[in-house]
Design a protein around this ligand. Sequence first.
Ligand code: NDP
Length: 417
Amino acid sequence: MTEKPGIEKDQDERGEPLRVSFLSRRRFLQGAGGGLLAATSLSTMAAAQERLPVDAIGRPDPQMTTEPPIEPERRVGYAVVGLGQYALNQIIPSFAESRSSRLVALVSGNREKAERTADLYGVSHDAIYDYDSYDRIAENDEIEAVYVILPPALHAEYSIRAARAGKHVLCEKPMAMNAEECAAMIQAASEAGRKLMIGYREHYEPHNLEAIRRIREGELGTVRVIQTDTSRPINPDVPADQWRVQRDLAGGGSLFDIGIYGVNGARYLSGEEPVEIRAMTHTPEGDARFGDVEDVVSWQMRFPSGITAMGSSAFSYQANRFSVEGTEASLQMQPATDYYEHNLSIRTQDSVEEVQIDEANQFARQMDHFSEAILNDSEIRSPGEEGMQDVRLMLAIYEAARTGQPVAVDWEYGRPG
Ligand code: NDP
């Protein structure tokens, strides 16, 4: 098995900033796909990279280049809001691998943690804000963009305040608690003349992009069925999981937190928007973790071309795989939306291709996409409207599960481009 970059530890339960050390990581074991199969054809890395880049909806992606970093003073300055596990362990360390983004400010309710993080990453203590002094970011011209990495219930407020302070906004998934909040975020950015992007890192991840390219180019024949399963066991003893089991902070349970990858994945793998949704939920009795949020959600979506997608999410076991069944071939990804490891294979009746692509820092790529959209005033691949579509679909999934009836998707949404 090839060595792939990864971090030693995902989270520090005390909320300490962690230095990331890129070391070998084999979180998903050989049985994840490749190790069990006899590869009958291999596309070389060079060939795969030659075909790249495309974007998450299969368009050529001029921003996904191997161009060298731009001069530090021209890079877009970011304030990161909320110093939790994702900010400290994935996003903030990734500025070092970005080409057009730099960390210039921190926003946190914990001054001591913020100062330690600032010292680690060379941020001035004058550029540390708390949630009360947050609006003062307007006075700091070094901050051009704000990256909101708070629990979902706070996404709308802190995104809107950032836009009103004159900053571009990159906000984590799920975009917000409901469609009204999403619409308010989009409106605030528009009124301020600022850009709004949602943190769909997998739109910038090479294996997902390659899967989309293969599907769009017809390698699978006509796609009939898509399956997405994205789950992880939740542990409310860990601080980062405490808000995840509170509906008023998280917006929902497994679906809002991790199922969103599968909902979004079904959309970018099919390249279509669903027209009908059916769903069921299951929450085991007697499991104290699930007093407020659901454990298992399973859903079905019907797409205009006739593609059926099935998806599941849960907070009680680990799963991370996509599969796409076409008339000529079948595509598997497992892990599909991991931080550091992905496997992509394509099978026909008599062959298996293990697609070889280098892992890339999708966190840095995502930020650079946003920075370059700001610098060049270019289109954003995962704008607010994309985040709003998933929020509406997830709420429709809950409604379908609650009523036991199919829900028609009758609002209009078209992907950018
Ligand atoms: P954490 O709980 O680890 O971090 C959230 C941070 O928000 C806290 O550390 C705290 O920072 C701040 N905060 C402010 N108010 C509250 C509150 N009432 N309750 C809890 N925290 C609060 O969560 P994650 O980092 O795992 O997730 C943060 C966001 O990032 C979520 O939207 C999540 O969905 C998203 N995420 C996205 C991932 C992806 O792959 N795209 C992966 C993981 C998370 P401070 O102490 O500095 O004030």
